[in-house]
Design a protein around this ligand. Structure first.
Ligand code: F0G
Length: 463
């Protein structure tokens, strides 16, 4: 099977360009990489993968960011802002609380447009230039569109993005808008947007830069290279497990590919490969369903909903690449509730790391897997946080405390500060959580009364 962890490196076929070619993961058909535009196999419609006759070793990596890893990429350099080289935060309090030997958080929200998508776009837009295409396009839950708009603008190319109407966080639309993408809002979910953009690509109207495009995943592989290098530098060993949020399962596929290539080149032993562990929101968890039930196929969920709009996806197109990744590394998958996601977002924020909800899913999943014992206390774990807090300011504001109005007077401000933290701030969080409840008016009324009484009590204590 071509996606085995230990599959040996191949020699370049006649169609290869400088040792690089495309290969179907289903039927093995091989294609020239930059002659024609194709996203899937001409023969069987299977997913394509970029292959190299000379997979990379750690010794070949030099420089910083994504292009440090060009020994494992199809070009020396791309359209760059630049991207990669993101922090691998230590989280001592969270580690202690969850009960783990080691915990690091790889914050991909620190990329130029605030998500890991930049790593894929720096390569994808470079390939688009090689192919000489005109208009770039993607379907997106938001981050891909922001990255495409920025990298398209950098490359001087026209961009078009299809978004599910009303389901994209404000920061992401603002980015796509300012970087001058044409934004088409579709009355449907992400999966319908992807269906449409695939049709447009098949008609030759646009060049598709979703993760179905195998070159995007080449850039995203560098997350895996970076984690392994930095972890090894700090501890003299690789992490036992990498936990990441899953939507289309592009990142899961990309990380697995990074590990396979290092195993192929002999740079990494099969026993050293981290267990890939995927996390989805309960309302959009088709991959988790497949992993937990041992299915080879993933069932498309037509109805999806979650606060983590970035991963509000019912048809993970990269599942045929990602499922072997999870299984062959001994990983697993788990779903988490929106409440667990918000709690994890607060946990990260409490240690200074600001992420959007989808990103916090990795930490929520870790906590749950520790509770069930599927992750042991003796493990070294890296959680991937995929997008920045400012991507979704509404979610951040809902999860955080409220501003407190104070008079324009120092003494009054001091008095307010000494009266303690705002009971109204905490109250508004409780009310927003209960917003769907038919008891809302009673809760608001009762809550206000309780809040006010608490406030009076505090004040009278101080006076
Ligand atoms: N986290 C964030 C913040 C994302 O934006 C996405 C995907 C994922 C996780 C899931 O990654 O698809 O590789 O499994 N966002 C895409 C978008 C779908 O359009 O921005 P995946």
């Amino acid at each position: 099977m071509s996606l085995e962890l230990s599959a040996p490196a191949q020699s370049a076929p006649a169609c290869a360009d400088d040792g690089v070619w495309l290969e179907c993961i289903e039927c093995g058909e091989q294609f020239a990489p930059f002659e024609d535009i194709r996203y899937t196999c001409d023969e069987c419609d299977g997913l394509l993968e970029v292959r190299y006759d000379d997979p990379p070793t750690f010794d070949e990596f030099e420089g910083r960011g994504v292009w440090r890893y060009n020994a494992g990429l199809p070009f020396e350099v791309g359209v760059t802002l630049p991207e990669g080289n993101t922090p691998l935060h230590e989280m001592p309090r969270l580690r202690e609380d969850i009960g783990l030997k080691r915990l690091r958080v790889k914050h991909e929200g620190m990329n130029p447009t605030g998500s890991f998508k930049d790593r894929g776009m720096t390569v994808g837009v470079r390939v688009a230039k090689e192919l000489g295409v005109g208009r770039l396009a993607c379907a997106s839950t938001g981050n891909t569109s922001a990255a495409l708009a920025a990298y398209g603008a950098r490359g001087g190319m026209e961009t078009l993005v299809l978004l599910p109407s009303g389901k994209v966080a404000a920061g992401k639309i603002a980015q796509a808008s300012l970087h001058n993408a044409r934004i088409l809002e579709v009355d449907g979910n992400f999966d319908s947007c992807l269906d449409i953009v695939q049709d447009l690509a098949a008609k030759g109207e646009v060049y598709l830069l979703n993760s179905l495009n195998p070159f995007r995943l080449e850039g995203q592989k560098t997350i895996g290279f970076e984690i392994l290098e930095e972890h090894y530098e700090d501890y003299g060993e690789y992490p036992d497990r990498i936990i990441l949020p899953v939507g289309n399962a592009g990142n899961t596929s990309a990380l697995y590919k990074a590990f396979r290539e290092l195993v192929q080149s002999g740079a990494l032993d099969e026993s050293e490969v981290p267990k890939l562990t995927g996390v989805q929101a309960e309302g959009a968890a088709p991959m988790v369903e497949a992993v937990r039930n041992g299915n080879d196929e993933v069932r498309r969920w037509d109805e999806v909903e979650t606060i983590a709009t970035a991963i509000r996806i019912g048809n993970p197109v990269n599942a045929p690449k990602a499922l072997p990744g999870i299984r062959n590394t001994g990983g697993t998958a788990i779903s988490v509730s929106d409440e667990e996601i918000t709690a994890a977002q607060r946990d990260l924020a409490a240690e200074g790391v600001g992420v959007e909800p989808a990103s916090a899913a990795s930490v929520a999943g870790l906590r749950k897997l520790r509770e069930t014992g599927e992750v042991g206390a003796d493990e070294s774990v890296v959680c991937l946080t995929t997008g920045h807090l400012l991507k979704d300011p509404d979610a951040a504001f809902a999860a955080g405390g409220d501003p407190e109005p104070v008079p324009n007077d120092t003494e009054a401000v001091l008095e307010h500060i000494n009266a303690g933290s705002s009971p109204f701030g905490r109250l508004s969080q409780q009310v927003s959580k209960a917003a769907d409840s038919p008891l809302l008016p009673a809760l608001v009324g009762g809550g206000l009364a309780v809040g006010y009484l608490g406030y009076r009590k505090l004040r009278s204590k101080l006076e």
